[in-house]
Ligand binder design. Structure first.
Ligand SMILES: NC(=O)c1ccc[n+]([C@@H]2O[C@H](COP(=O)([O-])OP(=O)(O)OC[C@H]3O[C@@H](n4cnc5c(N)ncnc54)[C@H](OP(=O)(O)O)[C@@H]3O)[C@@H](O)[C@H]2O)c1
Length: 385
């Protein structure tokens, strides 16, 4: 029996995790969840899952409202609540699904592993910003980590029963996003609506913008590095416009293993929650002829230079992931709120990387300070424009 907590239950990954839990047998019980602003999900989730005993909401006022409505449930609020809920004595959590967006996911990931939980991780930013901390916790503790990203689940499948020394390349596929065919001189005219129109995946807004700039792929390169512990030079992006080939591993003997399947995040979520199982009866099956038209493209680094930050973060380490992540998050939200143009995202991130102090061997406090200060700096730059 596994007691499950979902961080970010109202989001794209969170709601799909709820759907997967319904398809799993009674061995899995949802006992706790967290939601940000979309509190309209609370009643529905409680109606569908009767074992919930603890909930965290972002806003104190929402907590007051729901406390009265559900007196038998323990409520928590804000970012402190995201950590306190893990200590709730009325629930004995086994599995934590971290489906928060951005830096908000870091401390919940770290605390889950410190408490030796099984962490099913969609929040790739946890590894981008805190890869070194998470690796140490996994080495020293009893916590376990299962990725939820489709590419990393695909890589795990291609690596199954293989010797890591035999790997020649890990090829992380990218859809190419909405601007793969857009000429570079038209990037200045990219609107929020166009950038949110992802060709193959329906996801939260932040990751959708990151997919269009390829910062998402940069982050996935870092994620692959920490998850599979392979040399950064062996990790390369490659474009599959259909998002049907979820990633590939090329071995030194010339064999290429690829994982093919529908663009359905519930499959990697199921794989993570069951520690490596697939079940074709629970989701759409693969009709091989649908995917027979394989064609891969090279990544266009000139058009999508932000992808270079993946290898940069791996090589530089220190607080470089925290700097780039915070700058990116602030720029993405500024773009979504129409405070900056699409092409400003890259120029501001580049400026911040050049300006902000690099720390070689940061403490967790250094990382938190970096995140906070970089956000202030980005907003100062935006306001001074
Ligand atoms: N979506 C995908 O297909 C996909 C695929 C692979 C990996 N991922 C990764 O999974 C993570 C989640 O992505 P998503 O697309 O599911 O995002 P999303 O739809 O925006 O959902 C994010 C969730 O986190 C909550 N949240 C965000 N900031 C919060 C904060 N400061 N405090 C409390 N709750 C907060 C949101 O609450 P409210 O919405 O209620 O405010 C929501 O429940 C990201 O790291 C992304 O890179 C996503």
């Amino acid at each position: 029996m596994y007691n499950v907590l979902i961080f970010g239950a109202s989001g794209s990954i969170g709601t799909q995790t709820l759907d997967v839990l319904k398809r799993l047998n009674e061995d899995y019980k949802l006992v706790a969840f967290t939601i940000g602003n979309r509190v309209e999900y609370v009643d529905k989730i409680l109606n569908d899952f009767k074992d919930v005993k603890a909930i965290c909401l972002k806003n104190e006022e929402d907590v007051e409202l729901f406390k009265n409505k559900y007196p038998n449930i323990n409520f928590y609020a804000g970012s402190a609540g995201l950590l306190d809920i893990l200590d709730d004595k009325s629930i004995n959590i086994d599995i934590v699904v971290n489906a928060l967006t951005g830096f908000a996911g870091l401390l919940p990931s770290i605390k889950s592993l410190s408490l030796n939980k099984i962490l099913c991780l969609a929040n790739k930013e946890s590894l981008v910003v805190g890869g070194e901390f998470i690796t140490k916790l996994l080495k020293e503790g009893k916590g376990r980590l299962y990725p939820i990203d489709s590419e990393h689940v695909a890589i795990a499948k291609c690596l199954y029963n293989k010797n890591k020394n035999d790997i020649d390349k890990i090829l992380i596929t990218a859809s190419g996003g909405p601007f793969f065919d857009t000429p570079i001189d038209e990037f200045k005219n990219i609107t929020v609506e166009k950038a949110l129109n992802h060709p193959t995946w329906k996801m939260g807004k932040k990751i959708t913008i990151d997919s269009s700039t390829m910062m998402n792929k940069a982050f996935e390169i870092v994620e692959a590095y920490y998850l599979f512990n392979v040399d950064a030079n062996k990790i390369e992006p490659i474009v599959d416009r259909h998002s049907k080939v979820h990633s590939m591993v090329k071995y030194k003997n010339g064999d290429i293993y690829l994982n093919v399947g529908p663009s359905d995040m519930r499959i990697p979520i199921y794989y993570a929650l069951t520690f490596g199982k697939c079940d074709k009866d629970k989701f759409d099956d693969v009709e091989i002829n649908t995917y027979s038209n394989y064609h891969f493209y090279q990544m266009n680094y000139e058009k999508f230079p932000l992808i270079n930050y993946g290898k940069y973060i791996i090589q530089k380490r220190g607080n470089s992931g925290a700097i780039i992540n915070a700058a990116n998050e602030e720029c993405v939200y500024a773009f979504l709120n129409k405070r900056i143009n699409y092409i400003d995202i890259k120029s501001i991130i580049d400026k911040i990387v050049a300006m902000y102090q690099f720390i070689d061997n940061p403490s967790l406090d250094d990382i938190l300070r970096t995140d906070h200060e970089v956000r202030l700096l980005v907003n100062k730059l935006i306001e001074s424009k």
